[in-house]
Design a protein around this ligand. Structure first.
Ligand SMILES: [Zn+2]
Ligand SMILES: [Zn+2]
Length: 307
């Protein structure tokens, strides 16, 4: 190759620090995720389920686009949470807008035709619940009590809550979300991360961001550090050897020997990865790591445990 044929190196701007927080883009977050679910479903042993998750995610996209503007906390309240280094839209105490139930009904209607038989029964049951029972299910999701009766209904409830919290995070924007003292929880809503993403390009290239399981906000955490206990020693990585499994090489489990927990990392350099979709397409990795004695440190709310 001659010197003139080389691709010119375009310096990335170094004037600004990489962002600590990246707020979700309400216009694209769920549309992009749905595409990734569809892509991962091709030739996958769980293809039908992943395609149904694509349908749910597309319904989340539609519900988010039609959601009226949410009331955010007053400026004085936001200033107070910033001063005390508290999340501005805390999962467990932000008074949730009843609009989340509207989002739930919209999602349920949009996915009904595509739902497999057991899911159809779950959705019919959910449709019969009154406000009080729905609020009780929402409370369980937001307190990560993902077990017990009706556990199969929780992913639908979670999908609607994700829409509302994502709308709130997007409306707030990164400039109004600041770092917390606890690096392992979301600086916008205080919820746990579903996975982390190593960014592939641009000014945030090669940086690792944790991705909130509830509001889709991302926040920076240095590489090779446990997001659960802050340990930097005894961290190791596992991945699936499975040949032909879509996206398997883009995902690793970051394992911590100090607290015996793990969380997955998805690598954007490997393609159009999504922390939620790629996580669910690699459940075999969870089984592998669970069997080795490690417990997952953050939930994927679209998965009903044992469901
Ligand atoms: Zn969050
Ligand atoms: Zn740890």
């Amino acid at each position: 190759m001659s010197a003139t044929a080389q691709t010119p190196i375009i310096p990335i701007k170094s004037s600004s620090e990489p962002p600590h927080v990246i707020a979700p883009d309400a216009a694209t977050i769920y549309a992009t995720r749905a595409q990734r679910f569809d892509q991962l479903a091709e030739g996958h042993s769980l293809g039908d389920w992943l395609r149904f998750l694509a349908t749910i995610t597309r319904a989340q996209h539609a519900a988010l686009q039609s959601l009226p503007a949410l009331a955010l906390p007053e400026a004085s309240q936001l200033a107070r949470t910033r001063e005390h280094r508290m999340p501005p839209l805390p999962a467990q105490s932000w008074p949730r807008d009843p609009l989340w139930q509207t989002a739930l009904r919209e999602i349920a209607v949009a996915i009904a035709d595509a739902a497999p038989e057991p899911a159809k029964k779950d959705l019919a049951r959910l449709a019969g619940f009154d406000d009080e029972r729905l609020e009780a299910l929402a409370g369980r999701v937001l307190h990560t009590e993902l077990y017990g009766d009706d556990v199969a209904l929780l992913p639908y409830v979670a999908a609607a809550l994700q829409v509302v919290w994502t709308a709130g995070a997007a409306r707030l924007g990164a400039s109004r979300i600041s770092a917390l003292d606890v690096p392992g929880v979301c600086p916008c809503c205080g919820f746990l991360p579903v996975a982390s993403v190593v960014r592939g390009v641009g000014e945030v290239g090669n940086l690792r961001y944790l991705h909130c399981a509830l509001c889709n906000t991302e926040w920076n955490l240095v590489r090779i550090k446990c997001s659960s206990c802050d340990a930097t020693e005894g961290i190791s990585y596992r991945h699936l050897e499975a040949k032909g499994l879509q996206g398997a090489d883009a995902v690793r489990a970051e394992i911590c020997d100090s607290c015996k927990s793990y969380l997955k990392i998805v690598y954007q350099e490997k393609g159009p990865v999504d922390p939620v979709a790629d996580d669910l397409a690699t459940l075999a990795l969870d089984i592998l790591v669970d069997e080795a004695g490690y417990a997952r440190s953050g939930p994927n709310l679209l998965l009903a445990p044992g469901g």
